[in-house]
Design a protein around this ligand. Structure first.
Ligand code: C2E
Ligand code: CA
Ligand code: CA
Ligand code: CA
Length: 277
């Protein structure tokens, strides 16, 4: 076996194999992650750009694996999609967020939370019914929820996606296009979608001060959104300069490390009380 380590090509394959083993393990462990409470949600504040007042949160999934430690969502979400576990994860997420909203409601915080739908969810004809059941069970109003959907998820089956999103809209939830500008943006499609909100991807927002191109893209996205009667959210707001620029451009809502990192649920009431906004 020892001679293999002298061969760079072989080493590369072993590295790949390790990666593959890790992925297999993660996929195998996903189901247990749900039942063993290894998954949890964190909540990142969103504020009104002109006033800085809190308007809501984005709920983001986290996985603390008992042996492998923290697994980033960019890694396990795509594995869950590929392995057919995503419906289970999304159902857990919807249930968890609605239970959390109900708890905050009873504490006098009637908050709005945005959740991320996967490509699978967007073409699942049972989603609207399942969502309505959970909302009803926890006595949470549909207008407390925003569903974030990416363009790349919609593009896979636009006809089915429009049907599902239309049902969700009728159920009373708000729909936002996530990562706007990174996918195959089709204006004609935007027009036909029951969307209320455009979310500018952080890749444009992070470079706002340095790159003139990014400023042009952000400015025209805000204009486009407003001309279509949509509200515009910017994520990845890390600096005061970016905040100022976005506010001046008329962006409606801001989200980013400047305002706050994603918070564990228990920290949310305290954060609101501190008036950190
Ligand atoms: P996303 O939906 O685009 O989420 C925004 C990501 O940007 C989050 O990363 C957030 O923590 C990060 N972010 C927020 N503000 C800043 C900032 O100022 N600077 C920088 N550099 N980053 C910022 P996170 O939590 O690692 O999530 C990554 C992706 O994983 C999400 O991207 C989303 O696509 C996916 N994801 C997370 N939770 C869920 C979930 O519950 N369901 C589904 N389907 N996908 C999820
Ligand atoms: Ca999102
Ligand atoms: Ca995003
Ligand atoms: Ca993203």
């Amino acid at each position: 076996v020892a001679h293999r380590t002298h061969c760079p090509h072989r080493r590369y394959e072993e590295g790949q194999d390790e990666q593959h083993q890790r992925q297999l393990k993660l996929v195998r462990d996903l189901q247990q992650a749900v039942t063993d409470h290894q998954l949890f949600m964190v909540y990142q504040p969103q504020t009104a750009a002109p006033t800085g007042c809190l308007t809501g949160f984005e709920a983001l999934m986290r996985w603390q694996h008992p042996e492998l430690g923290f697994i980033p969502p960019d890694e396990f979400i795509s594995l869950a999609e590929q392995s057919g576990h995503m419906t289970l994860l999304s159902q857990w997420m919807i249930e968890t967020v609605c239970r959390q909203l109900a708890e905050w409601n009873t504490q006098g915080h009637r908050l709005r939370v945005a959740i991320n739908l996967s490509a699978r969810d967007v073409v699942d004809p049972t989603l609207a019914d399942r969502l309505e059941q959970v909302l009803l069970a926890h006595d949470v109003a549909a207008d407390q929820l925003t569903l974030e959907v990416t363009e790349s998820a919609i593009i896979q089956d636009p006809v089915m996606a429009v049907t599902v999103l239309e049902r969700l809209r009728r159920a009373g939830v708000r729909i936002a296009i996530d990562d706007y500008g990174t996918g195959y943006s089709s204006l004609s499609q935007l027009r036909t979608l029951p969307v209320r909100e455009l979310k500018i991807d952080k890749s444009f927002v992070l470079g706002l001060e340095e790159r003139e191109e990014d400023r042009i893209i952000v400015r025209s996205t805000i204009e486009l959104g407003h001309n279509l009667g949509l509200e515009v959210v910017a994520e990845g707001v890390e600096t005061e300069a970016a905040r100022q620029l976005l506010a001046n451009l008329g962006c409606n809502y801001l989200q980013g490390y400047l305002i706050s990192r994603p918070l564990p649920a228990q920290a949310v009431p305290g954060w609101i009380a501190d008036g950190a906004v």
